[in-house]
Write a protein that binds this ligand. Sequence first.
Ligand SMILES: [Zn+2]
Length: 151
Amino acid sequence: MKFLLEADLDKLAKWMRFLGQDVLVLKGAINKRSIVEHTDRVFITTSRKWEKHLRDWRVNYLILPRDDWKVQLCLILKHFQIKPKLLLNRCPHCNAELELISKEDVKSAIPPMVYQFGYHFTRCAECKSIFWKGTHLPKMKRTLKSVLKRC
Ligand SMILES: [Zn+2]
């Protein structure tokens, strides 16, 4: 399952990518051209006014309530039966897959504390952002737990 989200769902997109989902985000307003070029994706929106068009264009879609991103993420996990597991295998900024790298490779690009305590270093093949597991991981797990309580 692959997804296309409307532009203002970017926080939701980031969290779906943390869970390993393939998620593109529309740049700018909803328009026919940018949606029909991605009919292989489920379009996620909070706007009811496009529903008739989406049906006409034969696009798979899901309309979410205009709510907190945690409620929206919870609805998506349930609707598509996605496992709530932090896979962290996709760039939260640009959706590209992350490649495993050694921390020696990025020593000069990361703070000393990260070098000392970070582990499982990855780099985005597209935007070259560097990620690692470390002290922020328990916080992410707690956030995900709080999301699951919102279902
Ligand atoms: Zn990236």
